[in-house]
Design a protein around this ligand. Structure first.
Ligand code: SF4
Length: 167
């Protein structure tokens, strides 16, 4: 599939979950090959994945999406060290910590609403531990530019201290 995709020498390669169902050895080989192709053909890669380990391996810039919207746009380093959206914080908290053997795994409560149930206000509000009635459910939340070349879709951005992988 990669060979077929590269034969026209594209400037942009869109890789949608390319490592799904691969075992870790094949996945590692696939990521190595994609990096090689990226350099050899000078191609940008838009990588779509649920695997934050793959994100850490492959990405320079990350757009976190929830219910069809970008909720945070940031660099790889800031994503893991300094998340600014509560959904990003929840995703990082859900990464199993091998040092916390026997501890209960963290999960974001609830489930992603179906598209026909998406509220016109914050789509994450029913699952967000930082939700504030009267603000989060009052109006549509735009994706706002923030400092450091970032963008965040949250009315409480700048008020919250969220936990990254560093604690
Ligand atoms: S707008 Fe409110 S509910 Fe939505 S992510 Fe931010 S704090 Fe949570």
């Amino acid at each position: 599939m990669l060979a077929i995709a590269m034969v026209c020498k594209p400037k942009l390669l869109i890789a949608d979950e390319p490592t799904t169902a691969l075992d870790v050895t094949v996945q590692k080989e696939m990521l190595r090959l994609m990096k090689e192709l990226q350099h050899e053909f000078d191609v940008s890669i838009l990588f779509i994945t649920h695997d934050l380990g793959v994100v850490a391996e492959m990405c320079d810039r990350v757009n976190v999406m929830y219910a069809g919207q970008v909720v945070e746009s940031t660099t790889l380093e800031d994503l893991f060290d300094d998340p600014r959206h509560p959904y990003t914080e929840g995703l990082l908290a859900a990464i199993p910590d091998p040092r916390a053997k026997g501890a209960r795994l963290s999960a974001i409560p609830g489930a992603v609403p179906a598209p026909w149930d998406w509220p016109t206000t914050c789509r994450f509000q029913d699952r967000c531990s930082h939700a504030e009635p009267g603000r989060c459910d009052a109006m549509p939340i735009p994706l706002r530019e923030a400092t450091g070349g970032r963008a965040v879709r949250c009315v409480r951005d700048g008020e919250l201290t969220l936990k990254g992988l560093g604690g």
